[in-house]
Design a protein around this ligand. Structure first.
Ligand SMILES: [Zn+2]
Length: 415
């Protein structure tokens, strides 16, 4: 068998692919806009299908519009699948690496494995998951559909007026929404799922570390809070007779960060969306609603802050709170994390084990399939913006560790 040290990805080919796909949906000063199932996303999907075909992969588009490229590498049949993927869709005015790096790197790994004629204990699938970024409603649509965790009715709902639901847009690819359930696959067919991604935070960047072996993905709890007051004329209502909803809500905007910081170092809490109604300069706010988001690996910390928030809400007149959702954190596979660490070491790269503060497609699979994620640093930790950037050597480092992890997992499977 070939020496693993000699099996190298092509940094040039990887960078050139990243730049090609990075042009799709790009506009000067506004970054990349390739929202799921938009014209640009369809173009990127087509680009990927062609690239996969010319790499010798067997390409199909499943019932949820995921693109799957199969490379038959198994020594024996029937064979399990090692899936490697991410997403090509972006947020509006996003960057060219979030998601795309993982897809393009997966393709590069498949190419190298094929070129070297490497046989593995399983087949490889390169996957582009559809609508990771929540363009229509909730995100990670494609990955959840694939693992059978998508509730069929959610694809008929859109998150805001003027945005078509996923069900409507999937018809653009000739897919029948009624049949989206057919995308579901038995978790047992997967040996593991791997994803390379930019960190989207500044830990690796600040500490100058090449690779993050992701230990888990944080849970997210979101609550909608509404404070009622009384709308009235801003000029004629004296201060002592006002029932201003915004003023009543205001203390919680500074209390929340205090509660969170007092509770845990690794937890974060954000109020990023506030609506004041009727929302006019000359009207006292009659209604103030906002969303509280908590993220942590630890359920008990999020529950504790939820309870404190609940208590605060109860102490305010005309204040109510409802749960939008509570998604617990997931742990990634110890075996796969260990294989990633071994791969980074073998490639002579610095690495740390770290949790992910952002959600990813891998999260959908983690409760059912052994999963691993590899992070590379991104400039100043910026993402979901046009300034999102990684250097060519950072992309190559991540891709090389991804490939080495596949080889390492193969070695372990054969032991
Ligand atoms: Zn992403």
């Amino acid at each position: 068998m070939e020496d693993d040290n000699k099996i190298k990805i092509s940094a040039d080919r990887l960078w050139s692919d990243l730049n090609e796909v990075g042009k799709i949906g790009y506009s000067e000063g506004r970054g990349v806009t390739r929202t799921a199932l938009s014209d640009a996303d369809l173009e990127a999907k087509e680009w990927l299908s062609q690239k996969m075909k010319s790499a010798g992969l067997d390409v199909r588009i499943d019932a949820a519009t995921n693109i799957i490229g199969l490379l038959e590498t198994a020594k024996t049949r029937p064979a399990k699948i090692l899936a490697i993927g991410s997403h090509l869709d972006t947020v509006p005015s996003g960057g060219m690496f979030d998601g795309a790096l993982g897809v393009v790197a997966a393709l590069e790994c498949a190419r190298v494995i094929k070129e070297h004629g490497i046989k593995l204990p399983w087949d490889i699938e390169v996957i582009n998951f559809s609508d990771e970024e929540a363009a229509h409603n909730a995100g990670t649509v494609g990955s959840r559909a694939m693992i059978g965790q998508l509730t069929a009715k959610e694809i008929y709902v859109s998150k805001a007026k003027g945005i078509p639901p996923f069900s409507e847009d999937m018809k653009r690819m000739g897919k029948d929404p009624e049949r989206i359930g057919e995308a579901a696959r038995d978790p047992k067919i997967f040996e593991a799922v791997l994803e390379l991604h930019i960190e989207q935070g500044n830990r690796l960047y600040t500490e100058g570390i090449q690779i993050g072996a992701v230990t888990g993905i944080v849970g997210i709890y979101r609550y909608g809070v509404t404070v009622k007051g009384e709308a009235n004329h801003a000029g004629t209502t004296p201060m002592h007779l006002r029932d201003d909803a915004l003023v009543k809500a205001a203390p919680v905007f500074t209390l929340l960060p205090q509660w969170v910081r007092a509770r845990s170092k690794e937890m974060v809490g954000t109020i990023g969306q506030v609506t004041v109604e009727p929302g006019a300069t000359n009207v006292i706010p009659g209604n103030c609603s906002f969303i509280v988001e908590l993220r942590s690996m630890k359920r008990k910390d999020m529950v504790a802050i939820r309870d404190v928030l609940h208590e605060w809400v109860g102490s305010q007149q005309g204040c109510t709170m409802k749960t939008i959702y509570e998604k617990d954190s997931v742990k990634l596979s110890e075996q796969v994390i260990d294989a990633i660490a071994t791969a980074a070491e073998a490639e002579g790269m610095s690495y740390i084990r770290m949790p992910s503060g952002a959600g990813h497609d891998t999260q959908s699979f983690a409760p059912f399939v052994p999963c691993g994620m590899i992070f590379v640093p991104c400039k100043e930790g910026k993402s979901h913006c046009p300034q999102e950037w990684i250097e060519p050597h950072q992309a190559a480092d991540g891709c090389q560790v991804l490939l080495r992890t596949v080889l390492e997992l193969a070695k372990r499977a054969e032991r």
